[in-house]
Ligand binder design. Structure first.
Ligand code: FES
Length: 179
């Protein structure tokens, strides 16, 4: 669950229902954001000041005249993700440092590449096997993560977390599929 601005909704569900609270849109950061939500909602119930109340309020878009632009921009992003292969990629496999992952241009096509500490490069097709969005490299976890519905793959393309059920297509050094 990801909100339109990627910031969770935490607080009164609407100004008409100030005593009904919601906490959602955690974008898979549930362990951390649940604790933030508990603190924030407890403060709201008790009538205490909380400096993050306005940041997370689910009503924030009513106050924001830029919402229309935000929706248009996000629709464009979604279109690019699903349309795939649109983003200009300049990095090449040879540019990768040890233990670095990135989107690279390989034989004229977009690919996901990770160079392990032994110098072996693992190449995958970055098209998510769920609904076709483009996965991004997660530097901290060394995984390929899908921004659309949260599927995650190992650096070798193996599914770690759904909704995808199939591995990313692995690419051999000659840019052919291994399977
Ligand atoms: S398209 Fe990747 S998780 Fe849905």
């Amino acid at each position: 669950m990801i909100t339109i601005d990627e910031v969770p909704y935490i607080g009164s569900v609407t100004s008409n229902h100030p005593r009904v609270y919601v906490a959602t849109g955690f974008a898979k950061w549930g362990m951390t954001t649940a604790a933030v939500s508990a603190t924030l909602i407890a403060d709201l119930i008790a009538g205490r000041e909380n400096r993050y109340a306005q940041l997370f309020t689910p009503s924030r878009f009513k106050l924001n005249p830029g919402l229309k632009n935000l929706v248009v921009q996000n629709a464009e992003v979604a279109k690019e993700l699903i349309g795939g292969k649109i983003e200009a990629v300049h990095l090449k496999v040879e540019d990768l440092r040890s233990d670095q992952g990135a989107i690279v241009k390989y034989h004229g096509k977009r690919a996901g590449a990770y160079k392990d500490s032994n110098g072996v490069v693992h190449l995958v097709d970055t098209t998510c096997r769920h609904l076709g969005c483009e996965v991004n490299w997660n530097e901290a976890e060394r995984t390929w993560d899908c921004p659309c519905h949260g599927a995650r793959y190992s650096y070798q393309g193996t599914v770690i977390e759904g909704p995808a059920t199939e591995d990313l297509i692995r690419l051999n050094p000659h840019y052919g599929a291994e399977k």
